[in-house]
Ligand binder design. Structure first.
Ligand code: 3EB
Length: 317
């Protein structure tokens, strides 16, 4: 039912048995909802969740003016500018997490990979609003959906923001994405490897989309098992950083809820087996078919963990 609750449909096939799945953000506080431009949002006193869907067809490719921005780049810049304006207005200055879904993410148009067009628009919006593009940047994921053409698949974005600064976490095994060299596009991606935030009574760790990248290079380009193992080693390294920086170190692989984006559905069984091997019986994972932002990446894994901030007496003992 349409209760005015901001809701994002992500048209990706779920690969293991099971119905469509829904991720819900609850609040125990009083909530207010609204719409501002393309954004539908709901917030309590501490946290704001927003969603937006922007068709690229709204934006023109103006080759003969000094506006050489591609439609996807313009849609992305507009989306992010709208987010920053809303957060300034409602005073939720800190971005925790973005989810970015982009049609035909690996395709080329206007002489540029579409993911690189997205990165241009995203970084321009950060810069236009005087936001940091290195260091203090939100956790994120960026996936591709739909082989059916970008016209029917609008740019689809969700975000969480709040009033207390998150702790942004990098992975010592990887060059920060915001410092990737030019070979991955004219502008670096603007995201951190994880963010640690307070949400209500919980401390929540958002691990960004993570892939088989060490330094800045893709490893094991044709080996899905090795990519899965490398990705989990990266997530383990992010957890170690989170535990080093958090007040109380207690995140481990078995705590996390995983979303696994799989490029080739035929790889599911091998990925699952490897993941179960890394995490153990406690593995909680949802598998979705998606395109990953580099052609040679066969999967990307994001994860979230939460635990109560308050200690019960038994935990304290
Ligand atoms: C990577 O590590 C893999 O552009 O927002 C992961 C998470 C990736 C987020 C983004 C991209 C993004 O570069 C790709």
């Amino acid at each position: 039912a349409d209760l005015g609750i901001p809701c994002l449909r992500v048209p990706m096939q779920r690969l293991e048995a099971g119905d469509a799945i829904c991720k819900i953000w609850h609040s125990s506080g009083q909530v207010t909802q609204g719409q501002c431009g393309a954004i539908h949002y709901r917030h309590d006193d501490d946290v704001l969740f927003g969603v937006m869907v922007l068709p690229e067809t709204t934006f023109k490719a103006d080759a003969d003016t000094d506006n050489h921005k591609t439609p996807l780049q313009q849609a992305t810049e507009s989306a992010y500018r709208q987010v920053f304006t809303l957060l300034d207005t409602l005073r939720y200055p800190y971005l925790f997490r973005f989810w970015n879904y982009i049609a035909d993410i690996n395709a080329h148009s206007f002489g540029l990979e579409r993911y690189h067009q997205f990165n241009l628009g995203r970084q321009d919006a950060f810069l236009a609003h005087g936001r940091d593009v290195v260091g203090n940047v939100p956790a994120a994921c960026a996936l591709g959906f739909g082989q059916r053409g970008s016209a029917q698949r609008p740019l689809t974005i969700a975000f969480l923001a709040g009033r207390v600064a998150p702790l942004n976490i990098e992975n010592p095994r990887q060059i920060s994405a915001y410092q990737y060299p030019q070979q991955y596009g004219p502008r670096s991606p603007t995201f951190s490897r994880a963010s640690l935030v307070r949400l209500g009574q919980d401390e929540v760790l958002f691990v960004s989309g993570t892939a088989s990248i060490v330094g800045h290079a893709t490893l094991h380009p044709t080996d899905v098992v090795a990519q899965t193992r490398e990705t989990m080693t990266n997530i383990q390294a992010v957890l170690a950083e989170a535990n080093r920086l958090a007040s109380r170190p207690r995140f481990n692989l078995a705590d996390l809820h995983y979303t696994v984006y799989v490029r080739h559905p035929a790889d599911l069984a091998q990925i699952r087996t490897e993941l179960a091997h890394c995490v153990g019986d406690a593995l909680k994972a949802v598998y979705l078919q998606a395109d990953v932002c580099r052609q040679d990446l066969l999967l990307e894994i994001e994860a979230t963990a939460a635990h109560p901030l308050m200690l019960t007496s038994s935990q304290r003992d």
